[in-house]
Ligand binder design. Structure first.
Ligand code: X8Z
Ligand code: ZN
Length: 614
């Protein structure tokens, strides 16, 4: 970032205005009021940042409580409120971002510079400041959100919601039924296409007004480095893991071919997207029974362990909480248990996609998840509590710093904890008996299960935001939305839709984060970072065995150092936070590579002589 020399000759009346703004709760832009010829000062920037910080803190509580009311009870009135508050919030955030732009070329102390820069990025979808634009955008985003979350399909004589479909796709092995579920769910997104195209137009106009080339560039500017550099970083990280993915793809295709035959799974073609045990082919762990190494020791089935032990949603959540408290972190507040939504309410429409909330930026943390008793949801509740524990740890920071070091950190916290769910840990919490601990000969199976979850995900995550970057920068026009979506998924994941897609299909909209405008690069980064966190934690704990058998459950020293990173929030550039916990300042796939190396050797041996690729 470059800045011009500090201009000291500010008129004294300006200083008075700035002082007033700092002491009273006048809107932040007063601190950056038009100044005639005089350039703004560092003092004004600080006053502006502080006032904006306070304004946003107050606004965010209104936004959060409105969004919570909507997401836990979708109806005409909560939609109306979400639109109204969403439009107001966008206007305020755009106004503050635009005002912050005034200080772009002023030399500022690092802390003020950071706050000013964060203000420019404090919204995901900007709107232009002209009359009606924020309202139109809020109407569209609310409509898309409701279409997604209230979507039902007609399946085998019943109206079925996505959470049930997701579970069934994990165990259904009849290709015709899989295709039916997949196709009908994707049809739910067809009516979204027009709204999505309009959303892109409005938000791009808003991004340009704030000085970004488009929304994609704005999202990529959120990583303490220029957007282009960040894109190169992402490619570097993917390059480290791509050879693993190709081996996994080759092996899984071979096993699916044994199950389904050449007609359904030809050995030289991309894999049919509905056969991978997950609606979006992003997480293949439910394929484990099909792809278990032949002759390899059967491992335990976490879903069965949970069911047999009589776990319910509350107990799964308490168990996840206990991992965090074992590291020395505080118990969740009573209000967490009183106000969270842990199972799908049957009497109203809700957004079932799991999320973690901090409603008042202090104490009122909650989870909303439609928990089902299975291994995936057990991981997800650890994931969600990771968000809550991060929020708790950084709550003493000013509002602008109450955030992850970058958004990938926020996603990685709980997943790092879930990597510690090892056989040894499961015996410590009495879910597994000692004599059920899989022997070393089962390592390949244990790693396979993790790879089906972690490695398969990377090219999916990449595709989601590569698609949006293309859409936002105009390389992909509305007419090309669906074709380009599948072109990316083919190139990155080696998968293809189960049938020719209708001309009006809008398959990207069948994924939550597209219909709900949640940037996705964060998950790609999280899947890399979580292994860095895990390897560092295990080193701190002095772990000697194979990395994937390590658990830091109960280790307070690791907890203390972990908490130091969490407490920093977004107060420093992310490499500082990474260094605080891991000692390194770079994101790197090396830890993930080391974790999976024994599996890689196995896969290469199994794939020897096969034609891999697509
Ligand atoms: O959306 C989520 C979390 C909430 S932040 C449940 N995840 C991504 C997804 O479901 O697509 C976690 C992993 C990826
Ligand atoms: Zn998350």
């Amino acid at each position: 970032m470059t800045s011009k020399p500090l201009l000291k000759a500010a008129a004294s009346w300006l200083a008075i205005i700035a002082f007033t703004a700092a002491c009273a709760t006048t809107p932040a832009e007063n601190a950056a009021a038009p100044t005639g010829e005089a350039a703004p000062t560092a003092a004004q920037a600080q006053t502006y940042a502080d006032a904006a910080n306070n304004e946003l803190a107050e606004l965010s509580e209104l936004e959060n409580r409105t969004a919570w009311s909507y997401e836990t009870n979708i109806n005409h009135d909560t939609e109306w409120l979400l639109q109204r508050v969403g439009a107001q919030a966008t206007q305020a955030r755009v106004r503050l971002a635009s005002g912050a732009g005034r200080f772009a070329n002023v030399e500022l102390p690092p802390d003020t510079r950071r706050k000013i820069d964060l203000l420019r990025l404090a919204l995901v979808l900007p709107a232009p400041q002209r009359e009606g634009a924020a309202d139109e955008l809020a109407q569209i985003t609310t409509r898309l959100s409701s279409m997604y979350s209230t979507g039902r399909i007609d399946y085998r004589g019943a109206q079925v919601s996505l959470d049930d479909l997701e579970t069934w796709m994990g165990s259904e092995r009849d290709p015709a039924r899989l295709e039916e579920m997949w196709t009908k769910w994707h049809a739910v997104a067809t009516p979204m296409a027009g709204d999505y195209a309009r959303l892109v137009e409005i938000a791009n106009e808003g991004a340009r007004d704030l000085g970004f080339a488009n929304v994609g560039q704005m999202w990529l500017s959120n990583y303490d480095m220029p957007a282009a550099e960040m894109e190169t970083e992402v490619q570097r990280l993917w390059g480290q893991m791509q050879p693993f993915y190709e081996q996994l793809h080759c092996y899984v295709r071979g096993r699916l071919n044994q199950r389904y035959g050449d007609a359904i799974v030809p050995l030289d073609q991309p894999i049919r997207a509905d056969l991978l045990g997950n609606m979006w082919a992003q997480d293949w762990q439910t394929l484990m029974p099909l792809v278990r190494p032949p002759g390899g020791r059967a491992t335990y089935d976490t879903t069965q362990l949970l069911v047999r032990a009589g776990y319910d949603a509350r107990r799964m959540t308490e168990t996840a909480e206990r991992f965090y408290t074992s590291l020395g972190l505080p118990e969740l507040p009573d209000t967490f248990w009183e106000r969270s939504v842990l199972t799908r309410p049957r009497d109203r429409e809700v957004v079932c996609h799991a999320s973690a909330w901090d409603l008042d930026n202090q104490e009122d943390i909650r989870v909303k998840q439609c928990i089902q008793i299975n291994a995936e949801h057990f991981q997800t509740i650890h994931h969600e509590l990771g968000h809550n524990y991060y929020q708790r740890a950084y709550r003493a920071q000013p509002y602008l710093y109450q955030n992850g070091a970058h958004d990938g950190f926020h996603e990685a916290i709980g997943d790092f904890i879930a990597l510690n769910i090892t056989p040894d840990y499961l015996t410590q919490i009495n879910l597994l008996r000692r004599n059920q601990i899989p022997p070393a000969s089962a390592d390949v199976s244990l790693l396979m299960e993790r790879a089906l979850e972690k490695i398969s995900f990377l090219p999916f995550a990449l595709s989601v935001d590569q698609w949006r970057w293309q859409v936002f920068d105009g390389r992909t026009t509305p007419a090309e939305y669906n074709a380009d979506w599948w072109a990316l998924r083919l190139r990155n994941q080696g998968i293809a839709p189960p049938n020719a897609r209708p001309a009006d299909a809008f398959d990207p909209g069948a994924k939550y984060h597209i219909a709900n405008n949640v940037p996705y690069l964060r998950y790609f980064l999280s899947f890399v970072l979580q292994f860095q966190f895990y390897e560092a934690a295990c080193q701190q704990a002095g772990w000697q065995g194979p990395l994937h058998r390590c658990t830091v459950y109960g280790n307070r020293e690791v907890g203390e150092r972990f908490n130091r990173m969490l407490e920093m929030g977004a107060s420093h550039p992310w490499p500082d936070a990474l260094e605080a916990f891991t000692g390194t300042r770079r994101m790197d796939g090396g830890a993930m590579v080391r974790y999976f190396t024994p599996l890689m050797s196995y896969l290469q041996a199994q794939n020897a002589g096969k034609t891999c690729g697509w």
